[in-house]
Design a protein around this ligand. Sequence first.
Ligand code: UD1
Ligand code: CA
Length: 462
Amino acid sequence: MVAIAILAAGRGTRMKSDLPKVLHELGGRSLVERVLCSCQEISISRRLIIVGYRGELVKESLLGSRELQDDNPEFPPLEFVEQTEQLGTGHAIQQLLPHLEGFQGDLLVLNGDVPLLRSQTLKQLMEIHKDHKNSATLLTANLPNPQGYGRVFTDSQNLVKEIVEDRDCTKAQRHNHRINAGVYCFNWPDLEKILPELKAENDQKEYYLTDTVNYLAPVMAVDVEDYQEILGINDRKHLATVSDILQTRVKDEWMAAGVTLIDPNSITIDDRVKLQPDVVIEPQTHLRGQTSIGSGSRIGPGSLIENSQIGENVTVLFSVVSDSIVAENSRIGPYAHLRGHAEVGANCRVGNFVELKNVQIGDRTNVAHLSYLGDAILGEKVNIGAGTITANYDGVNKHKTKIGDRTKIGSNSVLVAPITLGEDVTVAAGSVLTEDVPDDCLVIARSRQVAKPGWKLKDPES
Ligand code: UD1
Ligand code: CA
């Protein structure tokens, strides 16, 4: 049996932020959510999160995460344990005592600020822990720049003698580049016994979890292959460094899978995005959240796609698409904005300065210039003239506009919702429509032009 505990109570003073450190985002997900996700391949019987500084916020954020709920319904619920005063990592784990009384398994402890860990690494750590029947097993790495990390001292068998925090190190001890990753597997019954013994005798006057190695045996250190996995985030610069590492990982994978990235440094791609071969991503483009893009599509330059599904052979140029769907062969932009569940059919054109919100658009329909369509359903082969607006809001409620197949709306028309236009309707330019229109009609809703022969302004000079 394995329980996991995530240390997430600290404020993270070095971030200089109101937001708890573990809620800062990396590639669209909070640090602590990433840490939790890194355990998804281990079979776990309890999940404990130790919260303190703005704990309600941490709790709310994790309980709101779709990924953590959906991925595996068999996961045990998240249990939140309060650490009211943050007196150190050891003190944080002491808070588990009443919750894990009598628990006979292992406790996997993770720092909430180490977001790049791979599941595979954790699995290996647990296996070594079991195979050697260790009292504790911890992840270590040799860092080129170990500044700020606790240093791990071992014997030739990799058995840990002590861990000394950077600030408590002597000059000689600082030469040891083997660092503590903040990832530990403890035999809980052993740990439970010695946890109350911890003393706050160090520079920070805190109870250090790392001091438990002085009371337990055997404690083994296991090096990670790729030290980038265990980088911890203490300040904004670390956040940027780790974000770069994550971006490089993600982009390298997509390029290897047949995606072209033009000027990769100017592009960002969240790690949940899915791309098909022969997608081309142009400079200054950002792909976020649960986004997917079909083969042959060309996105950018200068576009933002968020939580959206883009079909095959679509082009999106200088545009923003969020929470929306675009089917194959459609052209979006330049300067279009799709949001709030816009669904664009196949072979459509959504052009310059067009905003779509909560709209369904049938195949081969064009909205080429300067329009706002909100809360509307459009059929196939509809043409929306430049400057058409659906007036969907009466100041209190939103109303629907429906437009039948092959209908053509003249330029600069206003469709005052709720309104339904039938099929094969032609609307004269400049109309303000307030009533439904049946199929096969020409509809003109503007005052007739009047020309008065012989009428002339008097010249004031004469
Ligand atoms: C810790 C380790 C250090 C290791 C490094 C790896 C200790 C004493 N030191 O140092 O050896 O190299 O992580 O990244 O453990 N937290 C609480 N309650 C507290 C204090 C901290 O929940 O009272 C949480 C923080 O929110 C954070 C994690 O514990 O998620 C680590 O705390 P942090 O202050 O960042 O420890 P480091 O100084 O980085
Ligand atoms: Ca840290």
